[in-house]
Design a protein around this ligand. Sequence first.
Ligand code: XMP
Length: 305
Amino acid sequence: MVDVDEFIDEATAEIEAQIGDERAIIALSGGVDSSVAATLAYEAIGDKLTPIYIDTGLMRKGETEQIAATFSFMESLQIIDARDRFFEALEGVTDPEEKRSVIGEGFIREFEREAKELDATYLVQGTIYPDRIESEGGIKSHHNVGGLPEIVDFEGIVEPVRDLYKDEVREVARKLGLEEIISERMPFPGPGLAVRVLGEVTPEKVAVAREACHVVEDELADHDPWQAFAAVIGKGTGVKGDNRVHGWIVSVRSVESRDGMTARAQELPWDVLQRIQSRITGTNDNVARVVYDVTHKPPATIEYE
Ligand code: XMP
């Protein structure tokens, strides 16, 4: 990206040219990528854009409320409660790529339904450069690239930030005047907490991951990780009172990176790790143990699935 102002001018002109007099919808996810894509598209075509936020039940703590507040200036904003539909579709699904595909398909079906009602023929997406590279390289499908069903009932898909790296998207976000909570927010995967619970996605596991992710984000806010979160990685034995219990094992991950393509596990002070452990086990009796992941990428990926 040469110059931020130039990029914004060119991107909005391109969106306007592509969509013309048609109507478009954009999937807001709460992350910086889709927020920037939505803001650019809103500047380009105004009310002809309907931003849609799908509450999949796989989002971060407080995310739905925050989206509603941040984008309330876009009058056409729609918030859809699809939690039951997503959990039902994910029942019995354990393979990570199948999860992505089920979720990608779920997203697109929700949008298609809304698009039909709104008579929208274009879908705007916040796909960024590393998403495309990793999907094209066959490393992992990203729900907003590789996991989409083949037959998508839209005339066109518009991806205004497709050539940008994450740090460039943040630069554009600041220039567009988006709040810090959006512009500086750490990345969150499209399939959400579904890829932060190993194996089958159940409301119980997701609730454990959501609370643990919140604790990690909160405790590490001053340590400036590129991405930090927690995942439910299995079950193990612990003691609660006088009893042995079979509880969840939560793994905490905090990494430094530029673009997510490679990453280094962050060195954190012992007292910070202990505080995270005690908050996670303290708020949930069903968590038996908390571990810290010291693996870089490669050989590990950032997420667990
Ligand atoms: P990995 O785990 O592949 O993650 O090292 C690299 C970056 O991508 C995010 N990620 C995803 N983002 N859909 C997304 O939109 C996905 O399926 C997905 N999987 C991983 C991950 O959070 C990290 O920032």
